[in-house]
Design a protein around this ligand. Structure first.
Ligand code: ADP
Ligand code: MG
Length: 672
């Protein structure tokens, strides 16, 4: 078995299951090996039926009261057995499993595991799993991996496939010396793979995860290092002349901050210098990165070239597109928008306009890195919200031209040392200053009893001509429920505020609808936007001054910080209300961090500290950058360790190419 073997080489995987796996972006056995469990389940402590709640998944210890009876019902064989727990006799039913009649012995105790359902007013199980007492005791000490799934793909199917990968795990070649492993308390690579999928205990999961995070970071750093070697000192093909940007700057309703001025100067020097620019602009939400992108694009276009700007969502791309048109069209610059929704003739025409340089600036989503799209004179590529993309996408974007300048913008609040490791191939501009005219957002953390007061407050804000966001979380993993939630909420709010214009936005709407709702809000036609987190990144409506976040306890603090960043973008005083549903001290304390700090990094750090070991079952954390397991906040120490080791390896001229497992490409299919 080799890393690149197709999944269909596994027993039990045919074209049909391969198609299901491909929905999860798994095509090869190597990729499956890195399809780490989302969390681990433990077998529940047995209870009595009376102790269970309806809908709860639980285990009940009960003895068999009488032999199973089998009745045909509408073509189904219904097998019913009476069991007795400490309190009462109940009936459990199985379907189409007559063989069970010979499995159970009367008066013997078994453990039944299932979801409690009400049958004729009595709680029971339907079609539960069953175990002998000893067998269950043993299982209770184990951790069951739970994988991300897609419809039609069961957890057991994934487990059965992963179980066949043991030989692959064993053959993973260790690139760290045994002394180094010991010194740093790291598990060996084969052991780590084995333990993440087949954990022997809690401690082993923690150690396996730690090693695999190291593995992931180390490979990433090697890759970054190679990119740096390749990218450094490439001749600048697109020299930007001394373009006058004063007119635009003078036309702005504000003065640039000194951080903006400094960043702009750095970019200008890069663009006119002897080598290709490769720069990261890092600035917290609201630091004013967009204008930097606009001015950079302007300089490039005025020097006779094209520029492109990529955003992670259509809504954001649309917003940038409008802003660019508004600011640059008066200078005779042609801006166009390319997203996944552009199809057919329109798309063909757009492609043509781009490839023959009729279009000067192209704003878009990942549609910009589509194979078939070619540019005439692409001199600058900018990715906004770079942390939402991976290195691969950035690289692919750059390959669209003949070594264009690269500018990445990120709001991930990380210290410079960390940024230098994660963006090792780039120069970094830090925008560590918020515009002067900003009043800090006033926050409060309250329970739901405050909702009426919040709605009253909304009314006064609307009367002042301001706008409002209400954020509802996913109530459930299910997207349909999420939709219902915002829709219902919008309805209720309409009843409470009959004069307000209220719109509802969620991920399930068609792109065109989303864009229209967002545009109407940006134009000030809607007073209140009830939304899921689809508005989390980048959205800029400075007239919005009030945000209410419902069930704030369900969000990570970093996400809440980004959400809050949608208000406080103009000159008026803004407010953010974090409303919690479950009133626990821990929730309050956690949310209070946002009350006390406006510093994104500090918030991320506190979040991590407070999440504590209780959350260890969710092994995957912030999901920033393209790490599957590594969390740049939680695992900053491991990143540093790997970084240090890489420097040493380079000094010693370690031969990485002898280790296929160190390729960053294994299991890194592009998500486009
Ligand atoms: P982000 O860094 O989060 O992308 P934006 O570029 O969207 O921030 O800017 C947020 C808001 O601040 C916008 O409305 C923008 O016009 C405004 N802005 C940008 N720079 C300044 C400045 N120097 N002074 C005042 N407002 C500014
Ligand atoms: Mg932005």
């Amino acid at each position: 078995m080799r890393e690149h073997d197709s999944l269909e080489t596994l027993k039990g995987v045919g074209a049909k299951s391969a198609a299901l796996f491909s929905k999860c972006k798994i095509y090869t056995v190597g990729e499956l090996a890195e399809y780490y469990p989302r969390y681990y389940d433990k077998f529940p402590e047995p209870k009595t039926f009376a102790e269970l709640k309806e809908g709860e998944k639980g285990a009940v210890i009960a003895s068999v009261h009488s032999r199973m009876t089998i009745k045909p019902v509408r073509g189904l064989k219904v097998c019913v057995m009476k069991v007795k727990d400490d309190e009462a006799v109940r009936e459990i039913a199985w379907f189409n499993s007559p063989f069970l009649a010979n499995v159970f012995k009367v008066n013997q105790k078994y453990i039944f595991v299932g979801e409690a359902v009400l049958k004729n007013g009595i709680l029971t199980f339907q079609h539960p799993a069953y175990y002998k007492i000893d067998e269950y005791k043993h299982l209770q000490n184990t951790y069951q991996p739970v994988y991300s799934l897609t419809e039609g793909l069961t957890n057991n199917a994934v487990k059965r496939c992963v179980a066949q990968l043991k030989p692959l795990f064993e053959r993973k070649k260790e690139y760290l010396s045994s002394e180094y492993l010991k010194e740093n308390g790291l598990m060996s690579l084969p052991e780590a793979f084995d333990n993440i999928h087949f954990p022997k205990g809690k401690q082993q999961i923690i150690e396996a995860r730690r090693r695999l995070v190291y593995h992931e970071f180390f490979r990433f750093l090697i890759y970054m290092d190679a990119m740096k070697e390749k990218g450094s000192k490439i001749r600048n093909h697109y020299t930007v002349k001394d373009v006058n940007v004063e007119n635009i700057i003078n036309g702005l309703p504000y003065k640039l901050t000194s951080a903006q001025e400094r960043t702009l100067k750095e970019i200008r020097e890069d663009l006119s210098g002897p080598y290709v620019m490769n720069r990261l602009v890092q600035g917290d939400v609201g630091s004013g990165k967009t204008i930097i992108a606009i001015l950079s694009l302007f300089m490039v276009v005025k020097s006779g070239y094209q520029g492109a700007l990529m955003a992670p969502t259509e809504v954001l791309a649309e917003q940038h597109y409008k802003e660019l048109r508004k600011m640059l069209e008066p200078y005779g610059i042609k801006v166009c928008l390319l997203t996944g929704t552009v199809k057919g003739v329109e798309k063909k025409q757009l492609y043509e306009a781009i490839s023959n340089h009729e279009a000067d600036i192209i704003v878009g989503t990942q549609a910009l890195i589509q194979e078939k799209l070619t540019f005439a004179d692409l001199a600058l590529v900018i990715t906004d919200e770079q942390h939402r993309f991976g290195v691969k996408q950035r690289e692919r974007f750059a390959k669209k031209g003949n070594y264009p300048h690269v500018l990445a913008m990120s709001a991930t609040p990380i210290p410079r040392t960390l940024a230098m490791m994660l963006y090792g191939d780039m120069s970094i501009s830090v925008m560590d200053e918020l515009p002067m005219n900003r009043l800090p957002v006033k926050n409060c953390v309250v329970g739901q009893e405050y909702r009426l007061a919040a709605i009253k407050f909304m009314k006064t804000e609307i009367e002042k001509g301001h706008q409002i966001y209400v954020i509802c979380p996913m109530v459930n993993e299910s997207e349909t429920l999420e939709v219902e939630n915002v829709t219902d909420y919008g309805q209720k709010l309409k009843e409470a505020l009959p004069d307000a214009q209220i719109a509802v936005l969620h991920g399930k709407l068609k792109e065109a609808e989303k864009n229209e709702i967002m545009s109407a809000f940006a134009r000030g036609e809607t007073d209140i936007l009830v939304s899921t987190t689809v508005i989390e990144v980048g959205i800029n409506v400075p007239n919005a001054t009030f945000m209410l976040i419902e069930n704030a306890e369900r969000f990570g603090l970093a996400a809440l910080h980004q959400l809050r960043g949608r208000v406080g973008r103009g000159t008026a005083q803004s407010y953010c209300v974090f409303m919690y549903g479950k009133d626990t001290e821990k929730n309050k304390e956690r949310l209070n961090v946002l009350n006390e700090s406006n510093d994104g990094f500090e918030i991320a750090r506190m979040d991590l500290e407070m999440r504590g070991p209780g959350d260890f079952f969710g092994i995957r954390q912030s999901g920033e950058l393209d790490f599957k397991l590594g969390d740049i906040y939680q695992d900053a120490g491991i990143l540093e360790l790997a970084h240090k080791h890489l420097q040493k390896c380079k000094e010693e001229r370690f031969d990485f190419s002898a280790y296929p497992e160190l390729s960053w490409d294994t299991g890194q299919m592009l998500s486009i």
